[in-house]
Design a binder for this molecule. Sequence first.
Ligand SMILES: [Zn+2]
Length: 534
Amino acid sequence: MRKLILVLLVGLCLQAGATAEKSQPVRKNILLFTVDSCRADRFGLYGYRNATTPNIDAWARTGTAFTEAYSTSAWTAPGLASILTGLYPPTHGINNRDTAGTSRLLSLNKFFRERGYKVPNINFFTFAPYYRNLGLGPIENQYLSQTPGEEIGKWLKQNASASQPFFVWYHCTTIHQPYNPPDTELPAPREELMKSPGIKAVMSGAIVPTNSTRFQDADRPVLNALYDGELRRLDRIFKSALDALAEQGVLRNTIVILTADHGEELLDHGFVGHASTSLNAKLYQELVRIPLIISCPGLVPSGRRISRAVDQTDIFPTLLKLLSLEPLAHLQGQPLFSGRERPHFFESVIAGNQTTREREHIWVRGVLDKGHKYISTGELYDLRKDPQEKSNLHASRPELVTRLKTQLDEWLGKTTSLRAQLFPPDPRPARPDSLTAPAIFTPENGKRLDYEVHTGALLFDWSGNMETTYVVQYDIGTGDHHVEGTYEAKGNHQVLGPFSRELWENLKAWNPFKIRVSPKTDPPVWSAWTTFEF
Ligand SMILES: [Zn+2]
């Protein structure tokens, strides 16, 4: 009896010890490195053979790689918001043009800042409305750089230290269209490549609408080479971040995560790009299968590969688990190292960031369960037999279609209603956009516009929202060809044209074109001038 009590006591003590140890939070730095438009299958570690990612491959061997990781969407804002909030797009609500969820959203940035971490914002594009409720803080302009990709190394070299833990999120946008790798990475001289209208379009413009240009068979290897070149540049940028961590002596004490917002189509299903660039959302594997690799010596297993399907919502709960912090009940993902098999869901509004008011109700949704993928465009694929999604089984497997469609409908209902439960309306309205100076996204300042690339149309696009009335001020041309004035525009998105080629040519006589915008307020709050030429 005494022995039994002793055994029980020892057992209890051990358990208490274990619990005490477990509840003690672990202090680690976190580098969350996300990549725009980055499909998984072009990485060496995922089986690609063109030596695109030697540095990432070597680093991945020091951590764990997930071979079936998925984005929740096919464009930037919803995917990044899923990573930062651990929620699916219908729940976080950052899933349509200019939507921002609510100020009650809990992001990794808010979470770690509250716990005393240094949490910088070095992502230039986060002035867009999507990001205003994620607690990112003001953009720290001193780290922005003319050379894309330098921001993260710069921040780490100046700030990473053992004295205060940091959570730094860096979103690398270099791969995003236009594909413009350094000249040394080009498969032929630039002028030569530009002779193909399709290649010219993807090398020149950030937006290439579906069917706006025709690709030829000969474009395929060129396109692959351009994307590979962009990946090699990414590989060097990522290496520079690891080097900066090592130089500062904090690499061993940092959880490093590399993943993407969504993938990218490279003629796999007839065109190039993703929802916001092709204006035609698709949810095929090349668009939703993304890289996901995590490292941290002593905390994350090294040299391991996990093939269970996981998604972006799993990153937040994984960090809590790795740091021995209490799980948060509202998160929709599960810890990457201990989760179970589950279906994965995808959603994209038709043209992502470029969705117009007329098209904001057009959605494409999908579900992937046990190797079968159903897409709401009337498609069903067996990924185990048909990983490239070429053979649509929708007509031949009606019972499976019904099951998956029901699953998708239930998910949409549940995740949408959860949003209302988790985030009741804001106690007071957020600062209205009408008081802040907009930033003009398109056209890019200093750009010459190309007729083919822009399919004859002129797109104006600035930060703000679709409800506000804006004043556009223009100052066009010089000397005899000079005109200036203002006009009003509803919403922060305008398409003028398409114009005939002849008119486009005639507009050149009026170069340069300058515009700036302000919400219709008194006094106005003007954006900076943007100058462009035809
Ligand atoms: Zn993106």
